[in-house]
Design a protein around this ligand. Structure first.
Ligand SMILES: *Cc1c(COP(=O)(O)O)cnc(C)c1O
Length: 380
């Protein structure tokens, strides 16, 4: 297999020290006490990355497992759940709520703008009888970034627990779980954290654990049951054999982040993302989002008359660069460049923009400026 240069909004490129960490010899993670300490320390470092003192758990499954586990563990039959929706992942939470017997109630926002916090506040004045609410930080298919820092404290003041999917934002955007009063925050290994796909991790507040303990019916799942993990360390018991190599890779990726420094990481993303947006706009292309850009992904409207799949294939075949289209209501309408984690580097993005420009040129789209040049002026 010839691996392309992956410039997608996840999975992202994986640094060599993370790949090598996954190749180290492993112990028996169920029987060897050392592994419980390794797991616990890794969770604590993730807590530091997320700015939280809450308990953290790493589950064996890709990001979607985190979304489902949060909903499975909190939803009792008939619970009303507020689903904040201005994108595909936002809307998708309703399916998990329904699957576990809850009643999703939507608060819908403009799909090209961040959630209007004042409108949400007005909505909550009329109806705030919800057990919990779901919020997506960066809704990746469109690249919209929501103000979780304002939304979650507002919900919490009304006694509503908060579940935040920050899979595609954390690491590239500020994320302060404790300050922002987030009950369950979840992420994945394959986005800005820049480890391979396969793991999800969640921080769980005391209030969230209390809500799980006070349910009427038991949690209707084992793999998605967050409560079974509560005392794993005291009991030295995992619900299933841990994927030791995956966790060793994740630990190396988290250590890379802590070594770079969270603030440096955020600055790197901010600089790269704003330079990409400047390059795209000055070249005469259109950004899909009108308000609320995530610094982890740039979503560009496909120029009229161009087939997104042909363009993506041409870039792959001729330059070895893989970017992404999108799906759902955005299928065929946009292309996406992921600049999260290890992808958020000037050399990688500059080469991506050169290839995109040459590929557009091949299909007869002439841009007004040299994107790579504009990008470098802004990013270096
Ligand atoms: C990537 C992602 C997930 C995980 O799901 P995938 O199957 O990898 O798409 C969940 N939420 C968001 C917002 C994501 O970007």
């Amino acid at each position: 297999m010839k691996v392309p240069y992956i410039m997608t909004p996840g999975p992202t490129q994986v640094r060599e020290n993370v790949r090598l960490a996954r190749a180290l010899e492993t112990t028996n993670p169920d029987l060897d006490i050392q592994f419980y300490d390794f797991y616990k320390e890794t969770c604590e470092r993730i807590g530091s990355f997320l700015n939280t003192k809450n308990e953290v758990r790493i589950l064996s499954g890709e990001g979607i497992l985190g979304l489902e586990a949060a909903c499975a563990s909190l939803t009792d039959k008939g619970d009303r759940v507020l689903v904040i929706d201005n994108g595909i992942f936002g809307e998708g939470f309703a399916d998990f709520v329904t699957l576990y017997g809850g009643e999703p109630v939507f608060f819908k926002g403009d799909r090209q703008r961040k959630i209007d916090v004042e409108a949400l506040e007005k909505f909550l004045e009329k109806d705030s009888n919800f057990k919990y609410a779901t919020v997506v930080h960066c809704d990746t298919p469109s690249g919209v970034l929501n103000e979780v820092d304002k939304i979650c404290p507002l919900l919490k003041d009304k006694g509503i627990l908060t579940v935040v999917d920050s899979v595609a934002a954390m690491g590239g955007e500020e994320f302060r779980v404790d300050n922002w009063k987030i009950d369950i925050a979840l992420g994945g290994s394959q986005k800005a954290v820049s480890a391979p796909p396969g793991l999800t991790f969640l921080s769980i507040s005391d209030d969230a654990f209390v809500a799980m303990e006070n349910r009427k019916a038991p949690i209707a799942s084992f793999y998605c049951n967050l409560l079974v993990w509560k005392d794993y360390y005291d009991k030295k018991w995992f619900p299933y054999t841990q994927p030791a190599s995956d966790i060793m890779g994740l630990r190396a990726a988290i250590d890379n982040i802590l070594e770079e420094g969270k603030d440096n990481l955020l600055r790197r993303h901010e600089k790269i993302a704003s330079a990409v947006r400047a390059a795209v706009e000055k070249a005469g292309l259109s950004l899909y989002i009108k308000e609320g850009y995530s610094n982890t992904v740039t979503v560009i409207e496909v120029p009229n008359g161009i087939d997104d799949k042909a363009l993506i294939d041409y870039m792959l075949d001729n330059f070895g660069i893989l970017i992404a289209g999108s799906f759902g209501y955005l299928n065929g309408k946009v292309i996406r460049i992921g600049h999260m984690g290890e992808n958020a580097r000037a050399d990688k993005i500059s080469y991506t923009l050169v290839s995109l420009q040459k590929s557009l040129d091949h299909f007869g789209v002439e841009l007004e400026r040299n994107m790579s040049q504009v990008f470098l002026e802004y990013s270096i």
